[in-house]
Write a protein that binds this ligand. Structure first.
Ligand SMILES: [Zn+2]
Length: 179
C-alpha cells in the first residue's frame, strides 16, 4: 500500500514516447529498442515480428505510449504518514492541501531541530520456534524484514516534496492531493 501525492494541474501534461509493442517481443532487438530507443533498423525488425492485427501498434511493432507528466511523489503508507507528520499535516489516508499550506508545512519541517519522532527503525520479524526439514529446532525462524525510515531519508523526502510543490506552482496547480 502506498500514498501518491499529486498536483492537480489545470491541464494534465502528457508526454508520448514510442516503444516496441509487446506483440513484437519475439524480435531480437526488442529489449535493446525498449531500453535505448528505436532505430530505423529496429523498426524493420519489429515490423517483421509484429502481429498484423495488433490494435496497439496496427502491425508496425511500434506503439506510442502516453505518460502522465503531472508532478507526483509516491511513498509507502508508513513513510507517507511520517512525512505528513513532519509537515504538521493531517495524516488521513487521503486528503488535500493548498500550496500555501504545503509551504508552511515545509517551513515547519525544515525548522525542526530533530525529526527523530518521525522516523522508525528497521525491524526483523521472527516466527515461533519450529523444526526444520532435518529435525533441528530453529528457535527464531526468519519471517520478514521491514526497512526503516531514517532521519536522512525523511529529509530527502521533504526536499522531494518541496520540489513537487515548486513544480505544482509552475504548472498552475493550487492544491496537492494525496490518496
Ligand atoms: Zn503490436
Amino acid at each position: 500500500m502506498s500514498y501518491t501525492f499529486t498536483a492537480l494541474t489545470p491541464e494534465s501534461p502528457v508526454s508520448r514516447k514510442e516503444e516496441p509493442c509487446l506483440c513484437a517481443q519475439g524480435a531480437e532487438c526488442f529489449s535493446d529498442s525498449f531500453q535505448n530507443g528505436i532505430t530505423e533498423a529496429h523498426r524493420v525488425e519489429l515490423a517483421g515480428e509484429a502481429w498484423s492485427e495488433c490494435l496497439q501498434c496496427k502491425g508496425t511493432g511500434v506503439e506510442t505510449v502516453e505518460y502522465d507528466e503531472r508532478p507526483s511523489l509516491n511513498l509507502n503508507n508508513e513513510n507517507a504518514k511520517l512525512l505528513l507528520g513532519a509537515l504538521g499535516l493531517s495524516t488521513d489516508c487521503w486528503g488535500e492541501m493548498t500550496l500555501p499550506e504545503a509551504r508552511r508545512g515545509l517551513m515547519r519541517a525544515r525548522a525542526r531541530k530533530s525529526l527523530s519522532e518521525f522516523t522508525r527503525a528497521s525491524e526483523t520479524f521472527y516466527g515461533a520456534p519450529r523444526a526444520d526439514e532435518n529435525g533441528a529446532i530453529e528457535l527464531r525462524p526468519f519471517r520478514g524484514h521491514s526497512g526503516g525510515f531514517s532521519e536522512e531519508s525523511l529529509r530527502d523526502r521533504i526536499e522531494r516534496f518541496a520540489l513537487l510543490v515548486d513544480q505544482a506552482a509552475e504548472q498552475g496547480a493550487t492544491k496537492i492531493f494525496w490518496s
